[in-house]
Design a protein around this ligand. Sequence first.
Ligand code: BDR
Ligand code: CA
Length: 309
Amino acid sequence: MRQIILDVDTGIDDALGIMLAVKSGIADIVGITTVSGNISIQTATLNTCKILELIHAQDIPVIQGAVHPVIREPRYEHAVHGVDGLGGALKDMTPSIELRDGFAPDFIIQTVKENPGVITLIMTGPLTNLALAIRKCAELPELVDEVVFMGGAVSVTGNITPAAEFNMFADPEAARIVFQAGFKKLTMVGLDVTSKVLFTDEHIAQLTNPSIKDYVAQSLNDYMDRHARVYDTIRASLLHDPLAVGIALYSGLVTTKAYHVDIETNSRLCDGQTVCDFHNSWEKSPNMDVCIEVDSDAFLKVFIDTLNK
Ligand code: BDR
Ligand code: CA
């Protein structure tokens, strides 16, 4: 079974990514590490514990990570995820899970060193924890099996600024450290594909587990309204983070192409923008596989079937 660490800033869609990974039954989740992003680190950790409690997975270790980006101040995304990060769902739950002692970057280093060539890292928040781990342990990239991250965009516009996607914008310096670290396999699940996966009220109606269905309907309600308003379209949720989890765990959901990608860290208008060298102008070797096309129906089927297990 694949051994994975999930790194999350639990948020509405991170929560759905956690559910997909746990309920898939095809991944051994050796730990979930949390990071400041959509909400404060404390809230991200609390939400992670709430979700694990909801799906009866209290035995998965949760390790708290970076309080703020590598050099910047945190910039939370309350407008999308709500102040509590879960769109108001599970607000009265007090999870029984006890946090594992330690710091997420150290947990990542230790776990990867103990299992060389084995661990898959699935990152659905800003890349701060991984960047800090690389800074402390230069050989880390050689020891990781693969990294799949949700973030960036190369063929569509941003979602937090006209140029940038949220996870990249929140900590572009961390992203640059990860991009340049030399991972054997690094996969970028950007808005290029995540913006094509629309989860609608019709999909919610297909959920069969009452507690999960109630949670999903409540958590996504404002998020879906906001999508309709901002994009002038139907009520729907973009399943950014669950898609990254799905791509890491299941083959055949996307097509990818190898490119060299860098990120803007010093620009008034374009901070956090991922820049893809489509035509090899920089004459550098590819540093990641960029997801280009997605089989949205196939992913939505996997997602719904898994939540219904
Ligand atoms: C990403 O930003 C966050 O708001 C979501 O949780 C997701 O990881 C989408 O741009
Ligand atoms: Ca996220």
